[in-house]
Write a protein that binds this ligand. Structure first.
Ligand SMILES: C[S@@+](CC[C@H](N)C(=O)[O-])C[C@H]1O[C@@H](n2cnc3c(N)ncnc32)[C@H](O)[C@@H]1O
Length: 243
């Protein structure tokens, strides 16, 4: 059975938005009900303003949820289509979460193997766990081609030149600063084989990545694909490690 539930990104932010929408709406209606006889005009105006604020929070929450449920599936396809596949690659997905790229990559493989690595932060993805990712791989029929491991993007335990394709989506912005993001990108380049392909999608800071990749020895860099998924600027950066 195919499934498309790869988790809701930033679930706590989403529930805060719903909570704020509900609070502003309830407050607005409450104020109107209490004052509608004495001050009907101002009470109505105040309710309208508070309901508009509530609608704003709700709209942002709905758009963010849609980005996680449908937007990132289209993004996944764009990323996967940027890679030139032979079907024999060794693939690494850094910050694999519930397997969005990992499973799509595994579906491209005839003989290769796809490894996902993550620290399983529950604040950045709903139901984020190694077991859930393995269950997704089983549900998608690729468990035999997938390995799921625990590890930090800044200190990958794989040897130099281990993977033909290294992928990452919406992960590096979770790191505290540019220095840590650079460390993670350099790790991704280190474990990529000469001539291997790298694709990184991220939000907010991805404008930094092309230069970091170039300095780390990646060429043929394309960073032209931009998005506003999750209502923040996002960019896909792809390239090839010098042979
Ligand atoms: C927003 S989720 C995206 C997950 C998945 N790539 C996707 O697109 O659905 C970010 C992921 O990065 C992981 N992550 C955060 N910091 C990490 C780190 N230092 N090393 C490895 N993974 C990390 C989180 O646990 C989470 O699974």
């Amino acid at each position: 059975m195919a499934t498309t539930d790869y988790g809701i990104d930033a679930p706590q932010t989403l529930s805060n938005l719903y909570w704020r929408a509900g609070t502003f709406a309830a407050f607005g209606i409450g104020i109107y009900m209490m004052n509608r006889r004495e001050l009907p005009g101002p009470a109505f105006t105040l309710m309208l303003v508070l309901l508009l604020i509530a609608a704003g929070f709700l709209a942002v929450a709905i758009l963010m949820r849609q980005a996680s449920q449908t937007g990132k599936l289209a993004l996944r396809d764009t990323i996967i289509n940027k890679i030139q596949w032979t079907g024999e690659e060794k693939v690494l997905d850094v910050g694999c979460g519930r397997g969005l790229l990992l499973i799509a990559a595994a579906k491209q493989l005839k003989k290769g193997r796809a490894t996902g690595v993550d620290i399983w932060d529950p604040a950045s993805l709903s139901a984020n766990s190694q077991q859930n990712t393995i269950a997704m791989a089983k549900a998608e029929g690729v468990a035999d081609r997938v390995k799921v491991e625990t590890g930090d993007a800044r200190n990958l335990t794989y040897g130099d030149n281990s993977f033909d394709v290294v992928l990452s989506s919406t992960t590096l912005h979770e790191l505290p600063d540019a220095e840590n993001r650079q460390l993670a990108i350099e790790e991704m380049v280190r474990v990529t084989k000469p001539g291997g392909q790298i694709a990184i999608f991220d939000v907010m800071h991805a404008g930094e990545y092309a230069e970091v990749l170039r300095n780390a020895g990646v060429e043929q860099i394309d960073d032209s694909h931009k998005t506003w998924l999750w209502l923040v600027p996002g960019r896909l950066v792809v390239g090839r490690k010098k042979a």
